[in-house]
Design a protein around this ligand. Structure first.
Ligand code: ZN
Ligand code: ZN
Length: 750
């Protein structure tokens, strides 16, 4: 393949090059680490598996052997090695081995998305065929035809499904008696996807499953596969309630990788998206087969079109979720067989789909997490060949933070994935489901993280105490009361052509499904025509638009209860319960990065209680800032925006999952302060994690603002596109001074 260094030189020779390459990081090639032959396996595999491995010439990597030996030993294992390192084989081998030896044993595989289930079924069927083990593996979810269902429940020994389907079918557990009684393994693939509100719901769903299983006398092993996260053990424990062993040392081989940080802001005359297509065109013209990730379907198509115009004799396509399965398979095949030179795609291609390795990947816009960035980057690399990855940073704080501090991308651990088992809104719903599945005994409450106090408000209308435990007596199916993607009971259904597009929390809907909002759904753009708050329905139409909308929101907070407080050098920090009032007052229309209009909205205010943290600042600091001739309220406001912008780097969340308020005088704090809170009723554990990581978070935020090359503040540091106060007042130097003071106080106490 093309030598990466000479490619980089040719990039620099382009007429449109103006210093955009702010860093190139070379990651050395890695040799494979195989398990040493002598201690390859403690005991050999049964003949069919042995035959499969030798027929395919598969040599197991060290981490595969480690994982499979631990699974054989009965441990719960979480595997966090990179994409394409053979994670699936590492757990499929011991599972197949067990199912071969124990002719009744069964296994349940859980995937976060339907599309993945079908992909994985293919892999499992191949293994079934190659080994001659007839396990009748099948997918069981909403798409499974009715007439096939009884047969699967009665005969299949491997069932693949998703949490939504499991939630729906758990009340019918008696039909699954054979399968559940013999269940030896629960595999949770793409585990890192179960975080935040979704993850917290799934954690309780898994506890409901465990309770049903123990009723049928089985206690299966759990196997979790996940992208690299900072806290795999804690995360796996919270998700399942079980202790896990982590297998993270990757034994697979790869060639050298070149990671280019491309800052389009160095050449303001050409948009970041145009520069992306310039890059894609140059890559394919140089003979590098390239996959370019964009943030939306509209951009995937634009970038592909522009690149085709620039490189007409090359084969370039776009790929997105909305295509027909046949179309997608065709593009996947084209990539794998190298009939396509370049593809611009939404993150639909980030997950499991097999497309083989490419020469290069362009990531246009930081995908929001270090995890996703590595998963997308992992698409580049074929065997020992060198691979090129280019990250194009947009004009927003996290993107520009990496552009200004590329070394941080490699040196810091990945984000913490968060699951909150203490959100009472989530817990209540699952308690009802559990009581409807089987009478809920007192001793079982602990498994669900509940106690009798949680049941009191439900008694009477929903629950009845009996000699066998609490029994559900409500009138609706409790599984209909619980939506795995949300917390509050009040949700809004977004409909398009009479079909349900998605269900949203009420608060979310005010922000994302107000009239005029552009809604991104699986990379497609929809325009909201109407939001009916009497029926809680939003009507959307599929439209290709080239602009985005950001809701403008104002909030107020009051402090209800402090859980933790500390004082360091005159700075008071706290974590506790807040009452938040938020109101969406309008929205901003952005075409690419520019604001092209602001519109007003009349929507009701929402009030909720949640978890939040606060920083109460000493008045002496105000004096210092003002003596330097800087604006104190503008400094507080800027620091608040920047802290929120950096938060997703520490606690895996979206910038918009948290909210904030800053004020020169807060009546609860009796002085100036900044509040940051979880934007969900009851809280979801984000600010709790931020409170734990306070010093690191403040430190990085300080560096973000200090090192931003702008003079007076900009969208890459202290501006927020959703600020209901139109980003006024803001004072960058004062924000730096305030963040520096907080950082100093915190590090003095550390
Ligand atoms: Zn700036
Ligand atoms: Zn603001």
């Amino acid at each position: 393949m093309v030598d990466p260094r000479s490619f980089i030189s040719s990039l620099k020779a382009q007429p449109w090059y103006s210093g955009q390459i702010v860093a190139v990081k070379e990651l050395p090639a890695k040799e494979a680490e195989y398990a040493e032959e002598a201690r390859l396996l403690k005991t050999p595999f049964p003949e069919p598996l042995e035959r499969y491995l030798s027929a395919r010439g598969i040599r197991l990597y060290s981490h595969q052997v480690e994982a499979l030996e631990r699974i054989r030993a009965g441990e719960n294992v979480v595997i966090t090695t990179p994409t394409a390192s053979g994670k699936t084989l590492a757990f499929n081998l011991p599972i197949f081995e067990r199912l071969h030896r124990d002719k009744k044993a069964t296994a349940l595989y859980l995937y976060p998305l339907k599309a993945l289930t079908n992909d994985q079924l293919r892999a499992i069927r191949e293994l079934e065929e190659a080994t001659g083990l007839a396990l009748e593996a099948a997918v069981y979810d909403g798409d499974t035809p009715q007439h096939l269902r009884p047969k699967i429940r009665e005969r299949s020994r491997v069932v693949l499904t998703n949490p939504y389907a499991l939630h729906e079918y758990l009340p019918w557990h008696y039909k699954w008696q054979r399968f559940f009684q013999n269940l030896k393994f629960v595999v949770i693939d793409e585990g890192h996807r179960y975080r935040g509100v979704f993850g917290s719901n799934v954690a309780l769903l898994i506890r409901r499953l465990r309770r049903i299983l123990s009723y049928y006398g089985s206690e299966p092993q759990f196997i979790l596969s996940s992208a690299t996260i900072a806290n795999p053990e804690e995360f796996a424990f919270k998700l399942t309630g079980k202790e896990f062993t982590v297998v993270s040392r990757d034994g697979s081989a790869h060639g050298p990788r070149y990671f280019i940080f491309w800052n389009p802001l160095k050449y303001p005359a050409r948009s970041a998206h145009r520069q992306t297509s310039d890059l894609l065109a140059l890559h394919v013209e140089s003979g590098l087969q390239t996959l370019c990730f964009t943030i939306s379907r509209a951009l995937a198509e634009l970038v592909a079109r522009w690149a085709k115009e620039a490189a007409p004799e090359r084969r370039i396509a776009s790929y997105r979720a909305g295509y027909l399965p046949e179309e997608r398979r065709e593009i996947e095949r084209g990539l794998k067989e190298r009939e396509l030179d370049g593809v611009a795609a939404t993150n639909a291609l980030e997950l499991g789909v097999d497309i083989g390795g490419l020469d290069a990947v362009i990531i246009s816009g930081y995908p929001g997490t270090v995890i996703s960035t590595w998963q997308q980057a992992g698409r580049a690399g074929r065997g020992r060949e060198p691979a090129l990855v280019t990250l194009v940073g947009f004009e927003n704080p996290l993107d520009q933070y990496f552009m200004n501090h590329p070394e941080e991308f490699f040196s810091r651990p990945h984000e913490h994935a968060i699951i909150d088992l203490e959100n009472e809104h989530i817990l209540m719903g699952h308690l009802l489901c559990a009581a409807a599945e089987l009478p809920l005994g007192r001793s079982e409450l602990k498994l669900l993280g509940a106690n009798e106090d949680h049941l009191k408000p439900l008694e009477g209308k929903f629950l009845q105490k009996s000699s066998v435990g609490w029994i559900y007596r409500g009138t609706v199916r409790p599984v209909d009361l619980v939506n795995l993607d949300s917390i509050s009971e009040r949700t809004v259904q977004v409909l398009c052509d009479g079909e349900l597009l998605e269900t949203m929390e009420f608060n979310r809907a005010l922000e994302e499904a107000h009239p005029g909002a552009v809604l991104l759904h699986q990379g497609e753009t929809y325009l909201i025509k109407e939001l009916d708050l009497e029926k809680d329905v939003a009507l959307a139409a599929k439209e290709e638009v080239d602009y985005y909308t950001d809701a403008l929101k104002i909030s107020e907070v009051s402090l209800l209860r402090a859980h933790r407080t500390q004082e360091v050098s005159g700075l008071e920090l706290g974590l506790g319960e807040l009452r938040v009032t938020e109101r969406v007052i309008g929205y901003r229309v952005r075409r690419y990065e520019r604001t092209v209009g602001i519109k007003d909205l009349q929507l009701p205010a929402v009030e909720f209680e949640t978890t939040g943290l606060w920083l109460a600042l000493p008045d002496s600091l105000r004096g210092e800032v003002e003596r330097a001739g800087r604006g104190w309220p503008g400094g507080l406001h800027g620091a608040e925006h920047a802290l929120i912008a950096m938060a997703p780097f520490y606690a895996m969340c979206d910038r918009w999952d948290i909210g904030g308020v800053s004020t020169p005088f807060d009546p609860d704090l009796k002085g100036p302060g900044i509040f940051i809170y979880d934007g969900f009723p009851g809280g979801i554990g984000i600010t709790e994690k931020l409170y734990e990581l306070l010093l690191e978070w403040v430190e990085a935020t300080y560096r973000l603002v200090r090192d931003c090359p702008c003079a007076e503040g900009c969208p890459s540091c202290i501006y927020s596109p959703k600020c209901g106060n139109q980003n006024r007042p803001l004072d960058k130097e004062a924000a730096v001074a305030i963040l520096a003071a907080i950082r100093e106080a915190l590090s003095a106490s550390a």
